[in-house]
Design a protein. Structure first.
Ligand SMILES: *Cc1c(COP(=O)(O)O)cnc(C)c1O
Length: 403
């Protein structure tokens, strides 16, 4: 690399001119990845503790995924959902075998999976002759997506700003407050929609008692329980699905992010009794569950199983969390360390953006949610030396006066 010359700069200048201005991007152009390492256009390497926002659980450039996708690309990429295809069928069967669910609807994103769940919940009660039972209770600080339906379901005002009128029929309860849910639930409530661990909202896990009580309340009233496991699913917390930690089973579950290790996919899973509300014509998508993406997802799930990544995730998660807790004991700016498995958060009593920026300069990709909560969601294949390197960097940065 020539001193002072950056291969990244021209790309950033053009992107800032021609791309919709929807992101405040970090000043880096990534061009390559391998395992937990990323490289930018100038050849500088970074350790990745974000994994494309909890997506690349097997790491970057995984040879199994590359092979599965190339094989499928040479065979059949897309034919639409008007026909049967084999990778899609195999993937749905795998998910049904490994979950509470009987049926799977495939789409292309987390928001779409939640859209499907909202539509299914409403139609379920319409079909039962309860047309007024359409309201959904979701949680404050939740995140369910950016489409009109899912932003309406999201318990954060900043997501909705500028888009009124939003979809009608959502009520919001503070997270972990069962009395608030009891007060909101009515004869018009069709479903309760929630994340077992709030991700974008600040890495906040449901209290196990609370989650059990939500399930009981749903059972007493015949209300459907929908778990949004878009961020928490596919091994992120050390179980295939986060709700397994709590022993509480939903009626509907949504998946996306890590399901195909970086290929765009969403899935909405449900029990037969609920799934029956969707019949031909009820809901559809052109791309959902296309062969190439479902081949990637199948390979992702089988690799998680064959490489014992759930056990590895639990082990690395505990190690990582203990190291963060250790940091907390030495730096008073750290208010809290929390999370399950490799979905970890570190709350600061100051703005987190300068620390994210400083870590990036030092070659570490981390992220901040809600302004002051650092989020660590590395690939599940992360190893102790990589965690140690980040901890040493954070320690150094936190010693500097600015923090
Ligand atoms: C990311 C996320 C979504 C939205 O997923 P998209 O693929 O961006 O539409 C929904 N719910 C949760 C919990 C998420 O973390």
């Amino acid at each position: 690399m020539t001193e002072g010359f950056s291969r990244s700069q021209p790309w950033m200048v053009v992107a800032d001119r021609v791309m919709a201005n929807t992101y405040k991007r970090q000043p880096v152009v990534f061009t390559k990845g391998q395992g937990c390492t990323l490289w930018d256009a100038d050849g500088k390497s970074y350790l990745d503790f974000l994994a494309g926002i909890a997506v690349c659980n097997l790491g970057h450039a995984h040879p199994g995924i590359a092979a599965a996708v190339s094989r499928q690309a040479e065979t059949l990429i897309h034919v639409s959902n008007l026909y049967y295809t084999t990778p899609q069928t195999e993937l749905a069967a795998w998910l049904v075998d490994h979950s509470f669910a009987d049926r799977v609807f495939f789409c292309n994103s987390g928001a779409e999976a939640n859209e499907a769940a909202i539509k299914l919940a409403r139609k379920y009660f319409k079909d039962r002759g309860e047309p007024d039972r359409y309201r959904i209770i979701s949680m404050l600080q939740s995140f369910h997506g950016r489409t009109f339906g899912t932003l309406s379901a999201t318990g954060q005002d900043k997501i909705k700003e500028g888009f009124s009128p939003i979809l009608e029929g959502f009520d919001f309860a503070p997270f972990n407050d069962i009395d608030a849910v009891r007060n909101l639930i009515s004869a018009k409530t069709c479903a309760i929609l929630m994340e077992p661990v709030q991700g974008e909202g600040g890495i906040r896990a449901a209290d196990p008692d609370y989650l059990r009580q939500v399930r009981e309340l749903c059972d007493e009233t015949g209300t459907l329980l929908i778990f949004d496991e878009v961020q928490t699913g596919i091994g992120r917390t050390g179980k295939l699905f986060a709700h397994e930690h709590f022993g509480v089973t939903p009626d509907i579950m949504t998946l996306a992010k890590a399901l195909a290790n970086g290929f765009p996919i969403g899935a909405m899973l449900s029990k037969e009794s609920v799934a029956a509300a969707f019949v031909p014509g009820s809901h559809a998508t052109t791309f959902g569950g296309t062969p190439i993406v479902t081949a990637a997802a199948l390979c992702t799930l089988k690799t998680i199983e064959s490489d014992n990544l759930l056990g590895h995730c639990r082990e690395m998660g505990e190690y990582f969390k203990s190291k963060l807790t250790d940091l907390q004991s030495r730096h008073s700016v750290i208010k809290d360390v929390r999370g399950i498995g490799l979905l970890l958060g570190m709350e600061l009593d100051t703005d987190g953006a300068p620390l994210v920026q400083a870590c990036l300069e030092q070659g570490f990709v981390i992220n901040c949610v809600q302004g002051n909560i650092l989020r660590f969601v590395p690939p599940l294949i992360i190893q102790k030396p990589e965690i140690d390197a980040l901890i040493a960097c954070l320690d150094q940065m936190l010693k500097q006066v600015i923090f």
